[in-house]
Design a protein around this ligand. Structure first.
Ligand code: CO
Length: 501
């Protein structure tokens, strides 16, 4: 036990140090004056170096090895065994990358991002091409350094979705894609069209904040251990025990952006709040499973709850009291249609629930082909546009609206995109199970009662930290592995009703 205890003590110290970077990052995105940017980068760099040095110290490796030989790992599902399993995984990954490669990736991506901004502004793929080639090459080297079974993409995906493999997801993704293309066609041909103008009227920003906070509070987001602030690119950060922060942005002429943004980030926030950080902070048991599982929480609250009719049966009258003029005389069905309107568009971050995953699947297919070498970086625009036409039925007008739109590739984040779709798939599977366990969930929502769902998520998902890997957690909770059918069934039912097919 001695080695395990010493290891945990070290990890908690390292995590405490690392958490200061989270608060500096939060400050950078909210209140920091612009002139502070250069020094802030130095502060963050210094902390990140310290954290990396301390965690990759051979002493940590020795403690992990010693703990692996001890009795604490006897029961593989115990918190101690889970901690050792995930610390081993993280330690091996952190020590496998040569320092020179890490430095080259950092240098390359920082320059690549600068040129990407220009390339996107001018829709100039040629300017970005040499960087994309470099990033792909470095990503392959990274995958080689990590080591992998199957294809190199697996090594990169593992950074965001530990244990997930292409083999496990590719079949599910392909079937999902075919179903979504069919769904989109039905929506396009549908006789009924929602009136989106309802949510595109004047919505006072201060009233939006009040309404958003009241919804987050109803979800169980605890404002004595969390806060809501304004930023340009919304996110959620779990800083430590008792401190979870969510951020949003307001559009005075659109209700959806901030409202569903707040529900999304509060969903992430509830996950952070539901982990037992008092006990496990600084250890894998005090961390979320993966980006995909994190996203399953945010998307469930945003979509399955926030874009559902039972929810609005209670909350529309509330909203009408605040937004008197804009919502005057608006019927539930019309409002429900307006918040669920589907319009295929070029830009991923503006996509609706029905088309969002198609954006992701397209990126996943191209990334994977770039890594295997089946696709040359120079051929990315052509391939992107062909697939876009096939999936969305629209012609990409320029690369800024196509392969140049996302920051990810210039940042070296290859392998990240699939976690969004994994989140949507898992959210549908979890939500089905929650409904099975609580058959009156819709009636609860109609009464504005959201806390039983929060509690179900806490017990079944949040409190486990990293005890189970994503797909194991899914099997444990739902009895089934990752599956496309629950998400497709949910979407077909929902959009079928709204669009009348
Ligand atoms: Co999210």
């Amino acid at each position: 036990m001695a080695a395990y205890d010493e290891l945990i003590k070290q990890c908690k110290e390292i995590a405490t140090l690392a958490s200061t970077a989270s608060i500096l990052h939060w400050d950078q995105q909210t209140y920091m004056p612009p002139q502070g940017a250069a020094f802030r980068a130095e502060q963050l760099g210094a902390i990140s170096n310290l954290v990396h040095q301390r965690f990759t110290d051979p002493k940590i490796g020795d403690l992990i090895s010693e703990a692996e030989q001890s009795d604490v790992v006897k029961d593989p599902e115990s918190p101690e065994a889970a901690n050792i399993r995930e610390l081993r995984h993280a330690y091996d990954k952190a020590t496998k990358l040569p320092t020179e490669l890490v430095e080259e990736i950092t240098k390359t991506t920082s320059l690549a991002q600068q040129d990407w901004v220009k390339a996107r502004a001018n829709s100039d793929f040629k300017l970005f091409l040499p960087w994309l080639e470099k990033v792909v090459k470095l990503s392959k080297e990274k995958a080689d350094a990590y080591g992998y079974e199957g294809e190199p993409y697996n090594a990169l995906l593992d950074d965001y979705e530990p244990g997930a493999t292409v083999d496990e997801i590719v079949d599910v993704f392909e079937k999902l894609r075919n179903e979504l293309v069919t769904l989109l066609q039905k929506i396009k041909d549908a006789p009924k069209k929602p009136d989106v103008s309802i949510v595109e009227r004047e919505y006072d920003v201060e009233l939006q904040r009040i309404f958003g906070e009241s919804v987050a509070a109803a979800m169980g987001f605890d404002f004595t251990s969390g806060r809501l602030d304004v930023t340009t690119h919304p996110f959620c950060t779990g800083i430590g025990p008792g401190d979870t922060r969510i951020l949003t942005r307001y559009n005075p002429n659109r209700l959806n952006d901030a409202l569903f943004g707040i529900m999304h980030e509060a969903g992430h926030g509830l996950y952070e709040m539901g982990i037992d950080k008092k006990k496990y902070f600084g250890t894998p048991m005090g961390e979320s499973v993966s980006l995909g599982i994190h996203e399953s929480q945010s998307r469930m609250w945003e979509n399955q709850v926030g874009r559902s009719k039972p929810f609005w049966k209670y909350f529309l009258p509330q909203a009408k009291r605040l937004f008197r003029k804009s919502l005057e005389g608006v019927e539930l069905d019309d409002f429900y249609g307006a918040i669920n309107n589907v319009t295929p568009s070029y830009i991923r971050v503006e996509a609706d629930e029905a088309t969002y995953n198609l954006h992701i699947l397209l990126r996943f297919e191209l990334e994977r082909a770039l890594l295997t070498g089946d696709l040359k970086p120079a051929d990315v625009p052509g391939e992107w546009n062909d697939r876009f036409q096939k999936y969305f039925g629209i012609e990409v007008d320029k690369d800024a609206n196509g392969c140049l739109q996302d920051v990810h590739w210039s940042s070296g984040l290859i392998g990240y995109f699939p976690t969004y779709t994994l989140g949507n798939l898992y959210s549908a599977q979890f939500f089905n199970k929650a409904k099975e366990d609580m058959p009156d969930l819709d009636e609860q929502f109609e009464r504005g009662e959201l806390l039983n769902l929060r509690e179900w998520l806490r017990v079944n998902i949040h409190q486990h930290g990293q005890r189970y890997r994503a797909n194991d957690l899914c099997k444990k909770v739902t009895g089934k592995p990752l599956d496309y059918k629950p998400l497709v069934a949910y979407m077909n039912a929902k959009f079928g009703e709204i669009y009348g097919f």
